[in-house]
Design a protein around this ligand. Structure first.
Ligand SMILES: NC(=O)c1ccc[n+]([C@@H]2O[C@H](COP(=O)([O-])OP(=O)(O)OC[C@H]3O[C@@H](n4cnc5c(N)ncnc54)[C@H](OP(=O)(O)O)[C@@H]3O)[C@@H](O)[C@H]2O)c1
Length: 276
């Protein structure tokens, strides 16, 4: 049985903006405790002020999840709030849409360190505490990009596929331990986050047949899986799981279908003039 949210301490990385911020706002009415991590201390303090006004206890720990030392410090200091972490939400992430051969080594390393290695290392540090308390939930913010390997998102897709595989492996290993693991796979999400940045920079939205989701819907899904754990949630409308099943069963047909729906938009999203 998962611990009631009202008695839980939730560690959220990437809590200063976008989906992470939406998750915090969604969970706040349950009056859980929060450990908030991201690089921007001022933004985290603002989020903390809002959460405290809802009656939550909050600890802010400025962290760069691409830096192993910073992750170690986060894991150590996070215990100052209640002595335990009940839910770890590995949400911090950066996008990386570009022609693969235009990416610098630094951009590749930073994307992998932030999106994948950071989540794995933080889990490595938090899991022993969950083992000791015989309960806990690790929620990894993956993406539909981890389910189909998006064109022009080779590194981003690789990190998200890695997170999904990591979650599956943890689930197998943690069976019967009282600890859950879930991969959340949103499509492009409106109302705050990296997709909104892409739309702002390109002036283009996803085509209707590609669809998407919203940060609020992702946050609601996270609350649902905390209350009722599941292995994986794909969030997108139109629904994509049947397409991914088709792609597994018939790779050539599935690939053609997915590329017809996504390639043009992803190519626009990857235009060099919107990259730093
Ligand atoms: N929005 C979408 O359409 C979408 C779709 C599928 C999956 N996702 C995934 O959802 C997660 C959140 O994305 P988002 O759209 O909410 O992005 P966002 O609005 O850009 O927010 C990203 C968050 O991660 C933090 N962050 C970035 N680099 C960090 C680092 N090195 N160390 C610590 N924190 C870091 C940012 O805070 P600081 O800059 O202050 O550090 C911010 O709080 C990501 O993992 C993303 O891949 C998003």
């Amino acid at each position: 049985m998962p611990r009631p949210l009202s008695e839980s301490t939730v560690l959220v990385t990437g809590a200063s903006a976008g989906i992470g911020l939406s998750i915090c706002r969604r969970l706040a009415p349950s009056k859980c405790g929060f450990v908030l991590a991201a690089r921007s201390q001022d933004k985290l303090q603002q989020v903390a002020t809002d959460l405290r006004q809802s009656g939550c206890e909050v600890l802010v720990i400025p962290t760069d999840v691409s830096q192993p030392n910073s992750i170690r410090d986060l894991a150590r200091d996070s215990r100052q709030l209640s002595g335990r972490i009940d839910v770890l939400i590995n949400n911090a992430g950066i996008e990386c849409f570009a022609d693969f051969d235009s990416l610098t080594e630094d951009a590749i390393q930073q994307t992998i360190a932030t999106n994948l290695t950071g989540s794995i290392l933080l889990t490595r540090h938090i899991l022993p505490g969950m083992r000791a308390q015989k309960s806990g939930h690790i929620i990894n913010m993956a993406s539909t990009a981890g389910k189909h390997g998006p064109a022009f998102g080779a590194v981003y897709g690789a990190t998200k596929a890695g997170l999904i595989a990591f979650t599956q492996s943890l689930r197998g290993e943690l069976r019967g331990s009282g600890i859950e693991a879930t991969a959340i796979c949103p499509g492009f999400a409106t109302d705050g986050g990296i997709y909104d940045d892409i739309v702002r920079m390109t002036g283009r939205r996803t085509p209707r047949h590609m669809g998407g989701t919203s940060a609020a819907a992702v946050a609601a899904a996270v609350e649902n899986v905390i209350r009722k754990p599941r292995p994986e949630v794909i969030l997108n409308f139109p629904w994509l799981r049947p397409v991914f099943v088709l792609r597994e069963a018939f790779p050539a047909i599935g690939e053609r279908l997915i590329l017809a729906a996504t390639r043009r938009f992803l190519r626009q999203a990857s235009r060099p003039n919107r990259l730093n």
